[in-house]
Design a protein around this ligand. Structure first.
Ligand SMILES: CCCCCCCC/C=C\CCCCCCCC(=O)SCCNC(=O)CCNC(=O)[C@H](O)C(C)(C)COP(=O)(O)OP(=O)(O)OC[C@H]1O[C@@H](n2cnc3c(N)ncnc32)[C@H](O)[C@@H]1OP(=O)(O)O
Length: 226
């Protein structure tokens, strides 16, 4: 990607990314979205809300973090199926057929089912994740690439919420215990430190009951723009 393009992308994202504290609820689409190929013209769906495919474990965890959000410690992060919906100012004609990788399936429950919560004081981004049957790697278990994806997304979201637009430069993962499909896990990530443009994050994936440590990871993000 050329440096000029990166910088202009960074400017767009920096100007318009939906940050904590800004209105996040489903909003009416502008008229340029009224002939979409993929999504409803009425509202942009927020996928980080419970649906019928959520297991009791996922629902219980979600409720617990929602309670935490009432005290102001945690904030639920909305999730749309296209990056353009998170960024204001990108011409929809150029991007409306693109989908966010983790939200690219039409059927609920078969792929990445998740909701993220941000704790600003602790610089933590937590993702409650239920991997669906289409994410299979070894028989019955979650594909390592999908695990890398949800780690990148969670640590990346933490970096974005603290520092604005970023790109992943390095992702290091230790897979310790396989994640069975359908089992709910918690991806618990933190921005450890920021040095100039470099944002260092760490991450653990544990089972929903904290009994199993599935994965440990660290990721380096580079801030874009000036
Ligand atoms: C953009 C995000 C938008 C999100 C919007 C959605 C909203 C939803 C909300 C929230 C969810 C967000 C979730 C996002 C998660 C997904 C993110 C991805 O999948 S990103 C795709 C994969 N990554 C790439 O394709 C990068 C490819 N690489 C590059 O483009 C460049 O190499 C880049 C930008 C990383 C750095 O290039 P330079 O030219 O700007 O900067 P230089 O000078 O090379 O590096 C700056 C410093 O960083 C160090 N550095 C760079 N790369 C390093 C590395 N791999 N390891 C260690 N240090 C590195 C360098 O040594 C330098 O350090 P010294 O300032 O000299 O001390």
């Amino acid at each position: 990607m050329g440096a000029t393009m990166l910088r202009s992308c960074a400017r767009l994202i920096r100007r318009g990314i939906a940050l904590p504290g800004q209105p996040q609820s489903p909003r009416p689409l502008p008229c340029c979205y009224t002939t979409p190929r993929f999504y409803s013209p009425e509202v942009i769906r927020d996928y980080a809300m419970p649906n019928a495919t959520w297991s009791k474990n996922l629902q219980d965890l979600y409720n617990r973090y929602m309670e935490g959000s009432q005290s102001g410690a945690w904030e639920r992060i909305p999730s749309y199926n296209a990056t353009v919906h998170h960024i204001k100012g990108v011409p929809p004609s150029r991007t409306r057929e693109n989908r966010l990788f983790t939200r690219n399936l039409d059927q609920d429950g078969v792929g990445f089912e998740y909701s993220m919560f941000y704790n600003k004081a602790e610089r933590r981004m937590v993702c409650l994740f239920q991997p669906g049957p289409y994410l299979e790697g070894p028989p019955g278990f979650t594909h390592g690439g999908c695990i890398a994806t949800i780690i990148d997304s969670t640590t990346g979201a933490g970096a974005v919420y603290l520092c604005g637009s970023v790109m992943t430069a390095n992702l290091t993962i230790n897979y310790k215990n396989p994640i069975p499909l359908g089992h709910v896990v918690i991806i618990d990530s933190k921005v450890e430190r920021v040095e100039g443009r470099k944002v260092y994050t760490s991450c653990q994936i544990r089972s929903h009951d904290d009994a199993v440590l599935h994965t440990e990871a660290s990721a380096l993000f580079i801030k874009l723009g000036p």
